[in-house]
Design a protein around this ligand. Structure first.
Ligand code: SAM
Ligand code: SF4
Length: 328
């Protein structure tokens, strides 16, 4: 629908934002409806072998109290979320080499017994390892490209390879996972042209889900002297993605709410149709400090869900109450 030059023009000019958000909202409504898919997020380990320049969980950050939830607790937390009515469990962690693939497969297959969709967000693995996870029952996998610019990617991710990232995304598609990707808006040295390429990249790989969030600066990272990403720019990248990919799932990301109160509501009104709800016990999630001031709930899992449903109702939306696969 838009050429790269048109995307650059829209991203560079804030005078037409109202038109843009109106269009992305109506495309969302026509293609995926008013239902919002709620996903229960379990942050099960904050150990990570990588050193992404922006992330507070990077291995070289020694100021993090590291934790690894025992297998039984992960499964118990998932059960609680299922009992509260969630239809998708998202298991997220740093790239924690202590978890062997067999153990991860066991966790997935145990959780699958609860008749729920399982999404993994655990980083890069080989084709065979991804296959084992798929065979264990995992339905979806989130792996953001973070930026589609190879040079910038490699600057932000020491000792990681852009080609390997692309290969992982390709392998996940080949294995019939629903594949989620996405980018961070506001990385140092990122240009508007590079954000336009990110959007076209999402389309090219035919992603099933796209998560877009502004960069939030973490003080114990090499990016501590840089600035947070621009909320409106992130919202615009998300809105254009919705226009180009009408049927995919797009979360109103936690990073948006962290940067701006009501940021998730604004995202839901500009093309988003998914909310990730953190159901991790606070003794753990307080230390899952990818960035500061991450939103948290003080209610129990049932009250938390009721509050979200109430909020959705107030903006004319509702909990879709289904597995929330990509609309076809
Ligand atoms: N380790 C896995 C991975 O990188 O795919 C999953 C967990 S990682 C914490 C999930 C996402 O958090 C990353 O894809 C990245 O985009 C995002 N993230 C990390 N640090 C961030 C920051 N400072 N600001 C915004 N997003 C951030
Ligand atoms: Fe590790 Fe993911 Fe953070 Fe990178 S973004 S340091 S892979 S947890």
């Amino acid at each position: 629908m838009f050429t790269k030059n048109e995307i650059i023009e829209i991203l560079s000019d804030n005078s037409k934002n109202e038109w843009l958000f109106g269009l992305s909202d109506s495309i969302r409504k026509d293609n995926v409806g008013d239902g919002v898919h709620l996903r229960a997020l379990i942050e099960f380990s904050n150990y990570c072998k990588n050193n992404c320049l922006y992330c507070g969980l990077r291995c070289l950050n020694k100021n993090v109290k590291r934790y690894r939830m025992p297998k039984s607790e992960i499964i118990e937390t998932a059960k609680k979320a299922v009992d509260a009515g969630y239809k998708t469990i998202v298991l997220q962690s740093g790239e924690d080499i202590k978890y062997k693939i067999n153990e991860l497969c066991e966790i997935v297959s145990e959780i699958k017994k609860y008749n729920v969709a399982v999404t993994l967000s655990i980083g890069e693995y080989s084709f065979d390892e991804y296959k084992m996870l798929k065979d264990a029952g995992a339905d979806r996998f989130l792996l953001r490209i973070e930026t589609s610019n190879k040079l910038l990617y490699e600057k932000m991710h020491p000792n990681m390879s852009f080609e390997k990232r692309i290969e992982c995304l390709k392998n996940l598609s080949e294995l019939n996972f629903e594949v989620g990707s996405g980018c961070i808006v506001g990385l140092p040295f990122q240009t508007i042209e590079s954000l336009a390429s990110d959007i076209l990249f999402f389309k090219e790989i035919n992603a099933d889900m796209i998560g877009i969030g502004p960069l939030i600066i973490h003080n114990n990272t090499p990016l501590s002297d840089y600035q947070n990403g621009d909320f409106i720019l992130a919202l615009k990248v998300m809105a254009i993605t919705r226009i180009l990919m009408p049927k995919i799932n797009i979360p109103a990301t936690t990073a948006m709410e962290t940067l701006l109160k009501n940021g998730q509501e604004m995202a839901l009104k500009a093309g988003a149709n998914v909310l990730m709800v953190n159901v991790t016990d606070q003794i753990y999630s307080d230390n899952y400090s990818i960035y500061p001031n991450k939103i948290k709930s003080n209610s129990n899992i049932i009250e938390q869900k009721a509050l979200i449903e109430q909020k959705l109702k107030s903006i004319g939306r509702f909990n879709s109450n289904d597995f929330g696969f990509r609309a076809r």
